[in-house]
Design a protein around this ligand. Structure first.
Ligand SMILES: Cc1ncc(COP(=O)(O)O)c(C=O)c1O
Length: 368
């Protein structure tokens, strides 16, 4: 009887729900249940929020009986960071909410969403849940840069949205400006996801593109360099007409007072972010040196994660990730074969102690 009921209810779902790719977050249940295991698999920031952030949340929670506004003051400060006004900013519950809303703004069943392979897989899931088709073009075999020619060749009248993550995930590599412009010139809505740009403040945001290309928009998050992944804060930068569309598509009152207060507190304290960025970038340098010392060649990463091709060792991704877990209690990120080659994994610096465990793992597992 129970089976029958399940079948019947599934028959009532919109047809594309069951076939949409899943974005599986079950690793988080494992990680929270085993706090002594290093969380180096999800590009989190290992440094907890400062007392200033904690105090700001504690203060605003006293007003938790009230609905939040659109927080003009915060949007103005964010806009100032990018040289635009508050009318160019819409706030989101982490950039995942932007990822979801952009699909619903631009895609309907049958449309195509053009992006790379591999990519951040949340995009595949949210496009699939709109009934759209994900058209993924492999990164170039040599160097794993975007295959610009391949992507341009895949554009057709059904292509209604495109994605460039800059720097890309999982490679950490930046796209060349001239290549990005070629995508902008198509006139097709283009999301430039700058989730990890804050780790390299010397590289400018592509925000000026929105002035020339109103169909281009930027997605930002405070989950990475700002370290607020569990608090959920992100924003989109776009022309006012597109900001209005995002605002309409996001739920009313989507932002909690706590998330906005936390975001403002850390924005007002740039040294906190600078410290977090330095912490990350120092460990990224250490990991690079250690991996090179055992004959591995990590990709030149610019975020808080590093893609490693360990195929030369003859070990599979599954074996490597299992060994990290068994030997040093580390969660590493499995990466599916790229161009048919197994042996890729990704790692994010953890706490000092976890990062030291990773170094020990590299030496003992790969150094023999
Ligand atoms: C490229 C990219 N965009 C967006 C996100 C989502 O981040 P959040 O929803 O926490 O802002 C991630 C998370 O890892 C990511 O890698």
């Amino acid at each position: 009887m129970a089976d029958q009921t399940t079948k019947q209810i599934q028959d009532l779902f919109v047809p594309w729900l069951l076939s949409a790719p899943e974005y599986n977050t079950s690793i988080l249940d494992k990680a929270w249940a085993q706090p002594d295991y290093g969380r180096m698999m999800l590009n989190e920031n290992p440094v907890p929020p400062s007392d200033k952030v904690v105090n700001a949340i504690t203060e605003i929670v006293k007003k938790g009986n009230r609905y939040p506004d659109s927080m003009l003051r915060l949007r103005t400060k964010l806009g100032a960071l990018h040289g635009v006004g508050p009318e160019n900013i819409a706030l989101a519950n982490g950039s995942s909410e932007t990822i979801d809303a952009m699909m619903r703004i631009f895609l309907q069943p049958g449309d195509e969403f053009l992006l790379s392979n591999p990519t951040f897989e949340m995009f595949l899931s949210r496009a699939g849940l709109c009934g759209a088709k994900n058209v993924q073009i492999d990164l170039l075999k040599d160097g794993l840069q975007y295959d610009v020619e391949g992507m341009l060749a895949a554009v057709n009248e059904k292509t209604k949205l495109m994605l460039i993550i800059n720097p890309n995930n999982p490679t950490g590599i930046f796209i060349d400006d001239a290549d990005l412009i070629r995508f902008c010139e198509l006139g097709i809505p283009l999301c430039v996801d700058e989730a990890y740009l804050d780790y390299h403040p010397q590289v400018a945001s592509k925000v000026d593109l929105i002035k020339t290309y109103p169909h281009v928009f930027l997605s930002h998050t405070f989950s990475k360099a700002f370290g607020l992944a569990g608090i959920r804060f992100g924003y989109v930068v776009a022309v006012p007409e597109l900001v209005e569309a995002f605002t309409k598509m996001y739920l009313p009152w989507n932002m909690s007072l706590m998330a906005m207060a936390a975001a403002e507190a850390i924005l007002d304290d740039p040294d906190e972010v600078k410290g977090k960025v330095k912490y990350n970038n120092d460990w990224m340098d250490t990991f690079t040196k250690e991996l090179k010392a055992v004959g591995l060649n990590p990709y030149p990463a610019h975020g808080n994660y590093m893609l490693i091709d360990a195929s030369v060792t003859g070990k599979t991704t599954g074996e490597i990730v299992k060994a990290g877990y068994d030997q040093e209690k580390l969660f590493l990120k499995s990466i599916k074969p790229i161009h048919g080659k197994d042996g890729y994994f990704r790692v994010t610096p953890g706490t000092v102690e976890e990062s030291e465990r990773f170094v020990r793992f590299v030496r003992s597992y790969f150094g023999k």
